[in-house]
Design a binder for this molecule. Structure first.
Ligand code: NAP
Length: 285
């Protein structure tokens, strides 16, 4: 029950009305019997600073940060975790007792969650897309001890930026999607990860697969294919790869695991029930 002692957690972004975080977080909060609620706060670009500073003065315990503010909140934090600094994105803020924001990133743990028991050390990976999510994916693959990463993208600038950010941590290279080496790489790689929005509901590419069907002629049934998109689940890309005999993973577990990690961070390490969050989401996915 919400009482005069109830504190709150919130998601800040623009837009946030589509977000499933309040559903899964409030289910976990209720299960754990915490005197908290989680809500979504839409925020205009020009209002970010005043909104986040004002929340410090209230009974807010923590925030999730989503598009377009994952970089912008760096200036607001008095402490930033090494992992958030490495991927240059913050998705979780926690208020300290002396009312300062600590920033971290739970997307890496979320990404790793469905892979961590698959014994992928020394394997190779192909990442599609070079935007924000690709950074968390690369950091996750480094933590899983992959030997080699190739990123495929449409733009040389974002490829170069990713390579220079991670080249000291892992063997990494970038290829434009027109490169003729790609056929062989697709055949040989152990894990393919789609970080592009191609195939996502409510976009103009919702019925497409990344780079078109003929791009995937050489795909091998031994390859694992992971699409970060969770709506729809499966995406057209995962359906195609499933028909080719590949093991497929959608973005649902990542979504839940990053949220569970945030709630654990806000509650000083409580064990958060993944299945309760998953059950809460089922009717919305
Ligand atoms: P982003 O920063 O906008 O990056 C998207 C990347 O995809 C860019 O490199 C972009 O290339 C590329 N791209 C876009 N349209 C493309 C197309 N038609 N063909 C080829 N490449 C294309 O977005 P993001 O934040 O990384 O998010 C990417 C996806 O991951 C979204 O679908 C998001 O929902 C999903 N995601 C899921 C989770 C989860 O918890 N499951 C978490 C984070 C993100 P250009 O620069 O050339 O446009």
């Amino acid at each position: 029950m919400i009482t005069s002692k109830t504190s709150f957690l919130a998601l800040i972004g623009n837009p946030v009305s589509h977000s499933l975080s309040p559903i899964m977080q409030n289910a976990a909060i209720q299960y754990l019997g915490l005197d908290l609620i989680y809500m979504a706060i839409p925020c205009k670009n020009e209002d970010l600073e005043i909104v986040v500073h004002s929340l410090k003065k209230m009974n807010c315990k923590g925030l999730n940060i989503t598009i377009p503010f994952k970089q912008k909140v760096f200036d607001i934090c008095s402490e930033i975790s090494p992992v958030a600094q490495k991927v240059k994105a913050i998705n979780t803020l926690k208020l300290t007792n002396d009312k300062n924001w600590i920033g971290t990133n739970t997307d890496i743990d979320g990404f790793i969650y469905p892979l961590k028991n698959l014994n992928l050390a020394k394997k190779s990976s192909l990442i599609l897309g070079s935007g924000g999510a690709a950074r968390s994916v690369i950091q996750g693959l480094i933590e899983l001890k992959f030997s080699k990463i190739t990123i495929i993208s449409r733009k040389i600038n974002s490829l170069n930026e990713l390579i220079s950010n991670f080249k000291n941590d892992i063997k990494i290279k970038g290829l434009l999607s027109t490169n003729t080496e790609i056929d062989n790489l697709i055949q040989e790689t152990d894990l393919i990860i789609n970080t592009t929005p191609v195939g996502m509901s409510n976009t103009k590419n919702n019925d497409e697969i990344p780079f078109g069907q003929s791009f995937w002629n050489s795909i091998n049934s031994k390859t694992i294919v992971y699409d970060l998109i969770y709506n729809p689940s499966p995406t057209p890309f995962l359906k195609f790869c499933d028909k080719k005999g590949c093991m497929t993973i959608d973005g649902t577990q990542m979504l839940i695991a990053q949220g569970a990690k945030s709630l654990s961070f806000w509650t000083n390490g409580l064990e958060v029930p993944f299945e309760v969050m998953h059950d809460a989401l089922k009717e919305y996915l």
